[in-house]
Design a protein around this ligand. Sequence first.
Ligand code: SF4
Length: 286
Amino acid sequence: MKIKLINTQKVLSPTNISLADYVINPFRGCEFGCLYCYSQENKNIKRDDFSSCLGVKNNAAQALERELRFKKPKRVLLGSTTECFQYQDLQYNLMEKILYILNHNKIPYTILTKSHLIRNCLPLIAQNKANKIYFTFNSSSNTIIRFLEKKSPLLEERLKTITEIIQKGIDLRIHIGPFIPYISELDKIMKMIPAAVKEIDIELYHHQMGRFDKILEVVEKHMGKDLKEKLKKIYKNKTRYEEFAKNLKQTIKEIQRAHPDKKFFYIVPDFSQYYSSTINYEKAIL
Ligand code: SF4
């Protein structure tokens, strides 16, 4: 992994993602290297460098302190285009410093992560009851995780982390996303999620997310040509995609009936464009 230290002027960027009014991404690129990651389209990074060269904003804490003198975020989103809790952060400790500053300024935050390394920071996150973690748990198989995600934590680490988040009383939502047809097995994932989890969202994969060509290659190589063709067909046109989305909704509704104590959210990106600021993750309740 090549490291590029970035001396940043600002880390707080306004966002139209419904989860917050500002976002912080302490890194540029991501070691975990998920094939479906939409951040690979970031124009500031060469696509092939995304998971092999990591930009580290090593003065992020100082920049944040400076910015908070004149910016007043209502809520900050952490990790919209990178994983905040990457292995490299063990060396730079950026997240601990950032969370400390946000806590000190009483600014609540929402964290998007799939990393067990968040565990070191759970005591800090638990200090404000308004903080929330969206934790990605989108597969029931370590083999599939490794096909799609180069260096992300495996199931055991993710499950341990979810349990600790619950024990600390931190607001938690499990994010089953992206849900990739024929690959993400919803019933198996549901069986693995601890009973104490009360919020689950399912976000359907969109063909403009990351490297659809590479995903198809992986599916063909490891799961067979037939499955690859079935997957390809879903994304061939709007009608097929929407039909799949409708059937998936029915499946989720059945699961919901079996879990009346949980809230389910369902996110289906528009066929013509992956990201839309009209997606409201908080309100996309089934
Ligand atoms: S962990 Fe998140 S940011 Fe990193 S590659 Fe995967 S989807 Fe992208």
